[in-house]
Design a protein. Structure first.
Ligand SMILES: O=C(O)c1ccccc1N[C@@H]1O[C@H](COP(=O)(O)O)[C@@H](O)[C@H]1O
Length: 214
């Protein structure tokens, strides 16, 4: 199956067009106030409408309340990305409430962390494997941190996942060839400054990933 590419943390129509025209399959909008990529819900709604059916739209959130889930549903994203410490029970509750499909981010730092992959994988549409945030981090993702991809060799090779964590124009081809993920996700690696996307980096990232995947 063709590699799916998600570009996350977009804040403008111009960058949405850049990502979609370059071949992005999923477009992520961050709803987390501590992030330099944070957008208010009205801005996210406008961008989701702008994406339309050209790509799959994603709202990224961290430990959302029930009220937040219903607010997201009203914006009709294709996916909600849970990037906090949501338990298996909480993911099940959200699954019952939300109309959108779910992506669950899981931090990977060592082999023990892979146990969670087996628990969450049957519940959601994608598990997204990300690096653990640094100790002093103010957010659980979007930190440009890479983890040791060789840990993933211990996963069932039939298990489909999305790889993220510090991917960028320089390392994405190696990541795609070595890890062979079904999908990849990037945020800080295609920015010129924190929270400011770079059109040329987005184009080069998608081109490098696509070439490496065939
Ligand atoms: O991007 C953010 O600011 C963010 C905030 C809170 C949770 C997750 C966030 N980003 C996601 O983290 C991964 C890895 O990002 P990076 O490529 O290493 O910068 C990715 O899924 C982002 O969407």
């Amino acid at each position: 199956m063709q590699l799916q590419i998600k570009i996350c943390g977009l804040k403008s129509k111009e960058m949405v067009d850049t990502a979609i025209n370059a071949g992005a399959d999923l477009i992520g909008f961050v709803h987390f106030a501590k992030s330099p990529r944070h957008l208010e819900l009205d801005a996210i709604g406008e961008l989701i409408n702008y994406v339309g059916a050209r790509a799959q739209s994603v709202i990224l959130t961290v430990n959302p309340t029930d009220e937040m889930i219903s607010q997201y549903d009203q914006l009709r994203p294709h996916y909600i990305q849970l990037h906090g410490s949501e338990s298996v029970d909480r993911v099940n509750e959200i699954k019952e409430k939300a109309h959108a499909r779910l992506i669950k981010a899981l931090p990977v730092g060592d082999f023990e962390d892979l146990a969670a992959v087996g628990q969450y994988h049957p519940l959601v549409d994608w598990v997204l494997l990300d690096a653990k945030p640094p100790k002093d981090a103010t957010r659980p993702g979007g930190n440009g941190e890479v983890f040791d991809w060789s840990i993933l060799k211990a996963l069932d090779p039939n298990l489909r996942f999305m790889l993220s964590g510090g991917l960028n124009v320089e390392n994405v081809a190696d990541a795609v060839k070595q890890v062979q993920p079904a999908a990849i996700d990037v945020s800080s690696g295609v920015e010129r400054a924190k929270g400011e996307k770079d059109a040329e980096k987005i184009r080069r990232f998608i081109s490098q990933a696509t070439i490496a995947s065939v």
